[in-house]
Write a protein that binds this ligand. Structure first.
Ligand code: GLY
Length: 370
């Protein structure tokens, strides 16, 4: 299940190399409408894409559906794809998840390569072989574990991301720091994330993004943090590819986070996934203090960073029952019991931790009132 993850300093060379290492008869490229406009121009003139057949689906998570999947399967079939064809997924987590699933199931599986274009997909979705679609109102309900042949990561794509989307991905990086080691966590809290927004980035032409010296250096530093973050995820996935145990560490912040994300969606004020994860981390680190003696000062420092960058999620105690209900529906629960991943300290992972309704309401009080 080992997959090749390439931290790219030379996009053309790395993409050409990855495609060459997968002998194929026909090449297909999957994008969504946004990545077709913003990211495809950065790579389309590469000789390796000559003759590639394009497949484009609608953007955003709303299109991670059976209909879009059918559209991709149909495009592969009508484009003459065989078991020896290759699919390149160029996009965020929606494209890499859906494209990975389309490739994994077409003619019982063809090879695919991920080129993730958002920070969130670079540090999380594109790595580790989780593929799938939303179904029956539930996120990622149908899917398989099947790794991409290669995943190519480049900060070049991040220049077209707005600050909110950078923050959304950064929350997963923070999670990786927390489950790994103190130095990684502290480095993430130190990084001047704010300054990326204020660096005078100019995109004169989509194919030649330019930032001033400070901007370039910030993106370079971000690239180094991304590489370290992905290495943490890779280590975990390698040990437990199908989430029987250790991989549950990657769910830190997600039990509460998914509930907040679902509530926000239900109330017609959707939030980006990473924002919900950041607030979920506040909740679950608090629970970690209560149940596993996670150090209070580390909680305070992390909460300060999250409040400063992500603000807070407005809700009141009338919504606690609904949030609790969302948590009971989390597909990671076992035997109807809400299952949290908590920490006894930074890097000290405690999976399968249970909490009472009272604990959970206290945790929500902490999120509201700090
Ligand atoms: N996104 C969590 C995982 O890949 O397991």
């Amino acid at each position: 299940m080992k997959q090749e993850v390439i931290i790219s300093n030379n996009l053309q060379q790395d993409i050409e190399g990855a495609i060459q290492r997968q002998p194929h008869d026909r090449l297909f490229v999957l994008t969504d409408t946004t990545t077709l406009r913003l990211c495809w121009p950065l790579v389309c003139s590469m000789p390796c894409f000559e003759g590639a057949q394009m497949i484009t689906i609608g953007d955003t998570d709303a299109n991670k559906t059976l209909d879009s999947l059918t559209y991709v399967w149909t495009a592969l079939q009508q484009g003459g794809a065989t078991r020896h064809s290759l699919l390149v997924n160029l996009g965020g987590g929606m494209v890499t998840d859906l494209g990975g699933f389309a490739a994994s199931t077409f003619k019982r599986g063809i090879a695919y390569i991920n080129i993730p274009t958002t920070l969130l997909s670079q540090v999380d979705a594109s790595v580790g072989g989780k593929t799938g679609i939303n179904f029956g109102g539930l996120k990622n309900e149908i899917g398989v574990f099947n790794c991409a042949a290669s995943v190519i990561l480049s900060t070049e794509f991040l220049h077209s991301l707005d600050h909110k989307n950078l923050l959304s991905g950064y929350a997963e990086m923070l999670k990786h720091g927390l489950i790994s080691d103190e130095e990684s966590w502290a480095e993430l809290l130190r990084f001047e994330l704010d300054s990326i927004e204020h660096s005078t980035l100019t995109i004169d032409h989509l194919a030649t993004p330019k930032a001033n010296d400070n901007g370039q250096s910030l993106y370079r530093q971000l690239g180094e943090l991304v590489a370290k973050s992905v290495a943490i995820k890779e280590r975990i996935v390698e040990e437990d590819p199908t989430e029987k145990g250790l991989r549950k560490a990657l769910n830190l912040g997600h039990t509460a986070g998914h509930a907040l994300e679902s509530l926000a969606l239900e109330q017609g004020r959707p939030v980006l996934h990473g924002y919900a994860v950041a607030w979920g981390l506040v909740c679950e680190l608090y629970l970690s203090v209560v149940k596993c003696n996670f150090p209070m000062d580390k909680l305070r420092q992390t909460v300060h960073f999250i409040r400063k960058n992500y603000g807070s999620f407005a809700f009141d105690c009338k919504q606690y029952d609904r949030l609790y209900e969302f948590m009971t529906h989390d597909k990671k629960n076992e035997g109807g019991i809400i299952n949290f991943t908590l920490l006894g300290g930074i890097g000290d992972i405690r999976i399968n931790q249970q909490a009472t309704k009272e604990d959970i309401f206290e945790m929500l009080d902490f999120l509201r009132e700090g």
